[in-house]
Design a protein around this ligand. Structure first.
Ligand code: ADP
Ligand code: MG
Length: 275
């Protein structure tokens, strides 16, 4: 990362403490990634590193290229220039094999029940239909979907569909989770509950996560590190390190003065990067 272009912020201590659980191994390494569509320049030289068990949040204005970046990392597309490796492997198929990618649109199969949509993930790993359903079902209760396992996606609200897509991503058993606005379609209360649930799940079992969101508070609450992107063509304009991410007590976290100060910093970087 070019230190000249990045404004590093740490509110309580000059050198932030690393969480013990974060390994030194790089799970995602992107260097000088440039991409665009036709004449449209979308990403203008992104450097990104996510270490094993680290949660990195990506925030940026709408249309700046967040989803594009996630798609490139996932291996579904290749950048025009620069390099991307996931778990040390640079080629697209290997990246795809290491990542569970939750796209912004839920992409559920309309003819399958919610349970069978979620069970597709263990099915793809070779589980029988019965075993796959048994694995998926407990998560339905935890996600407030216990009564909707047999419903078709068309019978679910947008927020419910998003939760089904999210739990399918969790069930994929991949080392790296790429989450594109996973809670965007939820109402504020459910959204807060899901954030707390994810915080607890990540505390119980750490995963490597690249989390795209337009919600600064969500990013700061859930992430070890948050990168702020500029307007298109996107570049990284700030890097913030919450001191104590993912406390199960969300209300306590987000009202902490350090948190509030980081939030102001992030919003300022977003504003300046949007000019
Ligand atoms: P974000 O996720 O930050 O809102 P996107 O990555 O979805 O932004 O899009 C970045 C820009 O690239 C937008 O202007 C969008 O219209 C454009 N774009 C995205 N995908 C394509 C595509 N397949 N073809 C042409 N333009 C695209
Ligand atoms: Mg997007």
């Amino acid at each position: 990362m070019t230190s000249t272009s990045i404004h590093r912020v740490s509110v309580t201590k000059p050198e932030p403490i690393e969480r013990d659980a974060i390994s030194a191994r790089r799970a995602i390494a992107a260097e000088g990634v440039r991409h665009g569509f036709g004449e449209l320049e979308v990403l203008s030289g992104i450097d990104l590193e996510v270490r094993e068990s680290e949660v990195v949040g990506l925030v940026g204005p709408s249309g700046c290229g967040k989803s594009t970046l996630l798609e490139l990392v996932s291996g579904l597309a290749e950048p025009r220039s620069g390099s991307i490796a996931v778990e040390g492997a640079p080629d697209g198929d290997a990246r795809l094999a290491s990542c569970a990618y939750m796209p912004q649109r839920d992409l559920l199969f309309p003819w399958l029940s919610a349970l069978d949509n979620a069970a597709l993930a263990p099915r793809n790993l070779g589980a029988s239909q019965r075993a796959a359903r048994e694995e998926a079902l407990p998560l339905f209760a935890r996600f407030g979907l216990a009564d909707f396992a047999d419903a078709k996606p068309g019978e679910l609200s947008g927020g419910m569909r998003q939760r089904v897509a999210f739990l399918r991503t969790l069930l994929a058993g991949k080392p790296v989770l790429l989450l594109d606005e996973p809670f965007a379609a939820l109402d504020a209360i459910t959204r807060g509950e899901m954030q707390e649930w994810l915080a607890g799940a990540l505390l119980a079992e750490s995963r490597t996560v690249l989390l795209v969101t337009h919600d600064v508070e969500e990013a700061l609450y859930l992430s070890d590190r948050v990168l702020v992107l500029s307007a298109r063509p996107a570049r990284v304009v700030a890097e913030l390190r919450p001191q104590a991410p993912r406390s199960p007590d969300r209300a306590g976290s987000v009202t902490d003065p350090c948190f509030a100060s980081l939030r102001s910093e992030a919003l300022r970087a977003l504003r300046e990067g949007s000019r």
